[in-house]
Design a protein around this ligand. Structure first.
Ligand code: XBP
Ligand code: MG
Length: 266
């Protein structure tokens, strides 16, 4: 059996349900602050989430509203995203966005078992720091060997770049890791980098196509709130622990990162 050496966590939707009541509210607060008559309701935002990256999402929306591309729009979007991040950090600072069930337990168990921990996320690095600080405490960051966030790579999810960046810094082969993701975009990114991937779908992603996942569950579960879904094609219900993750590891194709590196594609 392949030895599991690291867990690589996505952030938004995976560590915490941050999108509907966090990022979306921050975007809307930024629109008001900059005097724009834009508003993203929960349903519209769910569609916009098909574009990974807040800056990219804003650009996609603005050009869809007919605003002409160019340096003026770029400047407006940069100001908007800075304002949005400030509002989002203020929301996180309240401590009102907690971790999803089972996340703190699995992190603790993995750390106790000597597994390495990493993060691979599209969101802005400061957002990761604030979320971890408010949910796990000031020393939480030190538990992670690698934190890959936002613009550290040119191509965002579903490109494999962010996971390749993590694997390079962990100096591990993908088959010795498991990625934990909530979305089809994140799954495609992790799989393209060759990582076996557990999907714990979230508020916006429960109906997405998770083909290629090693397991698709509604969370990591807790004894008083069992996770349900399927592992491979088998229905599964329970509490995901390290024994399960170690048993599921190793189900992966060869890494795409080396292939991309050869092609210089990332
Ligand atoms: C989800 C994203 C992020 C957030 C917004 O990231 O696509 O862009 O929606 O955050 P993850 P920013 O990979 O963790 O699921 O505005 O900072 O981009
Ligand atoms: Mg996510």
């Amino acid at each position: 059996m392949t030895q599991l050496r690291a867990l690589v966590f996505d952030v938004d939707g995976t560590l915490a349900e941050t999108e509907r009541d966090g990022h979306r509210r921050a975007f809307n607060a930024a629109f008001v602050e900059l005097g724009l008559a834009w508003h993203w309701d929960a349903e519209a935002y769910g569609v916009l989430l098909e574009v990974a990256g807040g800056k990219e999402r804003l650009s996609h929306f603005a050009t869809g509203q007919g605003l002409p591309r160019g340096s003026e729009l770029d400047a407006l979007l940069a100001r908007l995203h800075r304002a949005k991040t400030r509002h989002y950090l203020a929301l996180l600072a309240t401590g009102n966005i907690g971790l999803r069930p089972g996340v703190a337990r699995v992190l603790r168990e993995a750390h106790a078992r000597g597994l390495r921990l990493a993060i691979a996320t599209t969101t802005t690095p400061d957002n990761v720091t604030m979320l971890l600080d408010r949910t796990l405490g000031a020393d939480a960051l030190r538990r992670f060997d690698v934190i890959a966030a936002g613009d550290v790579v040119p191509a965002k999810k579903p490109a494999p770049d962010i996971y390749c960046w993590v694997l390079e810094r962990l100096a591990l082969e993908p088959e010795h890791c498991i990625a934990i993701e909530d979305s089809a975009i994140g799954l495609r990114s992790a799989r393209a980098a060759g990582l076996p991937t557990l999907v714990t779908h979230s508020y916006y992603t429960q109906h997405q196509d998770f083909s290629g996942a090693l397991a698709v569950l509604d969370g990591l579960g807790e004894p008083d709130r069992l996770a349900t879904g399927h592992v491979g094609a088998e229905p599964w219900r329970g509490v995901v622990d390290l024994a399960h993750l170690e048993a599921w590891a190793g189900r992966t194709d060869r890494a795409a990162c080396r292939q991309n590196a050869t092609d210089g594609a990332h």
